[in-house]
Design a protein around this ligand. Sequence first.
Ligand SMILES: Nc1ncnc2c1ncn2[C@@H]1O[C@H](COP(=O)(O)OP(=O)(O)OP(=O)(O)O)[C@@H](O)[C@H]1O
Ligand SMILES: CCCCCCCCCCCCC/C=C/[C@@H](O)[C@H](CO)NC(C)=O
Ligand SMILES: [Ca+2]
Length: 588
Amino acid sequence: METDLRLESSLWVGNKRYRAVLTGWHLRWTEVDKKDRDKKTISVPVAEVVGVEEGRVEILPQKLVEDKDKEFTVFYVKRSSSGGSFGLLWRLGRTQFSCPSRVLRDQWTKQLRTALKTHSPLRPHRLLVFINPFGGKRKGRKIYHSLVAPLFELAGISSHVIVTEWANQARDHLLKKDLTGFDGVVCVGGDGMFSEILHGLIGRTQQEAGLCENDPAVTLQPCSLHIGIIPAGSTDCVCYATVGVIDPVTSALHIIIGDSQPLDVCSVHHASALVRYSVSLVGYGFYGDVLAESEKHRWMGPLRYDYSGAMVYLSNRSYAGIIQYLPADPMISTPRDKTRCLSGCSVCSRSTERLFPHSSDSASLYSSHFSQFSSDSEGEWQSVEGRFKCVSLTCMSSSCPRSPLGLSPSAHLADGTGDLILVWDTHPLGFLKFLHRHTSTQDQFDLPFVEVHRVKAIRFLLPSSDKAEEAYEEIMGQGHGRAEEERGYQETVNRSSSQQHLAEKSTGREMTNEQKTASPFLCGLCCSKSPSVSVWNCDGEILPFTEILCRIHGQLVRLYARGIEDSTNIHDCSEQHDKCERRCILNK
Ligand SMILES: Nc1ncnc2c1ncn2[C@@H]1O[C@H](COP(=O)(O)OP(=O)(O)OP(=O)(O)O)[C@@H](O)[C@H]1O
Ligand SMILES: CCCCCCCCCCCCC/C=C/[C@@H](O)[C@H](CO)NC(C)=O
Ligand SMILES: [Ca+2]
């Protein structure tokens, strides 16, 4: 293949002459009229070429084409360090070449386009784009039309754009409408918008495969459509943790070149029914309380999380619970092995083999996964009981600008496991230390009241004394002011008068009329009694149930991303690439 596609000739860039070579995998050009030691080669992987156009072409601020005869322009990915974040910013690089003849020009453009088709099989041709016009700073439409659409056009991608008019429109579209011809779905918005796409695509895929999402033992069918995220929300944690930066142009370029990053998904169940899916955080206690509190201060915008974080911290609550977990194989990786899941992660690659063994016998795949939940393997489950400041399960690091290494810095995006973080009840200063370590490189797990386990599934149960209390608080509306609006697939439980009676009976406490209508969030600072149950924060949504079962489904969806590129590996070794001993990003 290399020899078929090889093309080599002299080309001009401006007034300098270059020797240009196209092999199957790279386009390289080296200045010729220079002494050997000053010669510099620019090398672009074919997989990172965005487009090839006849003529001298510019696309911004608007498309301009000149000198169409002997010239061609190559657009490609150019990296730069992002300053604050760990990942790399991607920008559109552009080089305009002049050929000695039109025939040679045509040969170059034809060969380059053939190389693109051959070496980037996952590049999308047609995308379904959902824009949330109200996400984040309400700039979704502008971000898409000014920064992303011109790049899609350059790359020859056709897009069907839907600006959403109501919440869950994107999810329902994906569940019900014809998706034929689309290669992927793009969401322009934040984590909430991503979650809609996630639920729509997973639901649709299971419907078509005839699988029951409610049963946690069922091996779900991975989704065939890729998801692209153009960050435009107030929290863009999924984008940050899978790309390393929150930058619409970088994300658009990952979509264009058809990068593919598998992602683990956690299904959350209650009483034999699916409640929601999560890719980032399923958190009880502190993170649940912060979310519940922040919902009351939406008008503050993204600042509401800082304000609510401070309020909840000061309320100094802890909650009783029983946590059961199914440990993952510690020989493969552990949450404290000090590794990081970066682009090309070997733990995740090996997991692909483990999760999808080369077998045409899908039944054997099903049964091997199913056995994790059959009664035979019940013995593997571990159990702990006590009082906790927070209980968190995260399928990936959940890094974000606030916490650049994330909730679990060594977690993997696609290894089929999640990290269970248990923070036992402790004094307020200890808990502050734990929280503060998220903002630095200090190990937040190296504290006596913190434990972390790599797991395949967890269950959370309330001690029996708290169950009656929970029912009482649910019915009185003290369950953190839960709105009676739709929450995921399951509607909030209907609190009937008979349930009220039951709660009164079991707690021995009678509700006043005021209690029946009010829904205060009890603050530890000003109220004598704080609730004995918290709520679950599931990727930024409050769950309507306390007792849940979570199962991690390895690599259930794929994003147009490649994981975080290690910015310490950005260097130019193009002249002596063969001798370079560092893992090199630019010339790989
Ligand atoms: N047209 C719309 N009107 C109202 N809500 C919408 C609309 N489109 C999408 N949504 C909902 O808005 C929620 C928040 O959107 P998104 O995640 O894009 O922004 P965000 O600012 O990061 O969110 P959050 O405020 O939750 O941090 C999503 O859960 C989504 O379901
Ligand atoms: C004294 C300093 C305290 C700083 C505390 C920093 C802790 C930061 C931890 C951030 C974790 C973010 C986890 C991601 C959650 C998302 O899934 C979710 C949806 O966007 N976001 C929220 C806010 O719930
Ligand atoms: Ca994982």
